[in-house]
Design a protein around this ligand. Sequence first.
Ligand SMILES: NC(=O)C1=CN([C@@H]2O[C@H](COP(=O)(O)OP(=O)(O)OC[C@H]3O[C@@H](n4cnc5c(N)ncnc54)[C@H](OP(=O)(O)O)[C@@H]3O)[C@@H](O)[C@H]2O)C=CC1
Ligand SMILES: N[C@@H](CC=O)C(=O)O
Length: 338
Amino acid sequence: MKDVNVIITGFGTVGREAARLLDERRERYRTRYGVEVRLVGVARSRTGCYDDQGLAAEVWEAFARGELAGDPACTGADFLTRTRPDVLIETGPSDYVTGGAGSVYMKTALAQGTHVIAVSKGALVADYPGLAALAKKTGAVLKISGATAAALPTVDLLEYNLAGCEAAVVEGILTGTANFVLSSMMEADIPYEEAIRRAQELGIAEPDPRFDVEGWDTACKLTIIANAAFGAGLRLDDVKRTGIAHLTRAQMDAWRQVERVPKLVGSIRRTAEGVKAAVELRLYERDHPFARVHGTTKAIRVETDAMGELLVIGGKSDPRAAAAAALKDLEHILQAFD
Ligand SMILES: NC(=O)C1=CN([C@@H]2O[C@H](COP(=O)(O)OP(=O)(O)OC[C@H]3O[C@@H](n4cnc5c(N)ncnc54)[C@H](OP(=O)(O)O)[C@@H]3O)[C@@H](O)[C@H]2O)C=CC1
Ligand SMILES: N[C@@H](CC=O)C(=O)O
């Protein structure tokens, strides 16, 4: 049976869920794909763990809890060049400005032919076209579901299911934290700060939650989706952006009185001047499908030329669901091995 060696860089909330799911699904990978998927290494910011025969769950769990110090040589780009895994799952921080460590990990992996499953967004925002070109050059696969709304299919929907048509408009509720905060304020009168605290407790808020509530997270997802699915050549700065951080309880009361539901919506549109993207606060009537997207749930609506309109609601933001989306990407890579 062929071994498929996996390394996870960034071993926080989502990385640990991915490790758990990998362990739970080993038999499934044997049966379905005839491969032995082995988690051989995990890296945090300062140290990591590695075992070329596969890390025992007790080892990575102890490392995650901080009970095992780990090895400083098992983090950083050299860790990947030395160990040459078959697949990298990148779940480190999203540095939207420079791409950060995620960018270094992904470039190093792709350059040596290691398949990359990106969950962090920074590197893809900074230079998706460069990473895709590098993957093409070396024959590695670059998958990005985790970084583009995770359990809600976006890029897969556009690239696979809608491959037979042209999408003219894509719009969606793409940031679970922002939707959760808005829903909490509107539906349960929960104060803004308390709603953010609860999103942090759920493990879905970005380390700095302003990225979620100021619309940056949605703008990043739009940038990646537009570049991956439309070849748009969009930069984050090109995305018009608004957020929900300025909203007050009084404003919520006013919307309730006129039976309107606020939603933070990201959109991508093909226009005569090229592909345009924006993050806006929209007000919907209560029976609009987007008005019924509650809490951490997300949604996407696509208008196409030949397949009509599609609406997908679900794919809530959740660390385990994000890890499962990354492992969906892994299954797609394994299917190609057959
Ligand atoms: N949380 C969610 O539901 C979702 C998150 N994402 C994205 O996934 C990524 C991870 O999110 P989450 O798990 O919540 O974040 P966490 O903050 O829980 O975890 C981040 C991890 O990255 C590690 N790290 C930091 N710098 C480096 C480095 N240079 N090398 C290796 N590891 C490093 C941290 O190490 P240390 O432990 O030492 O601090 C930490 O373990 C983010 O980019 C986020 O945007 C995407 C979809 C959903
Ligand atoms: N902060 C994000 C996590 C996934 O990308 C969200 O709330 O959706």
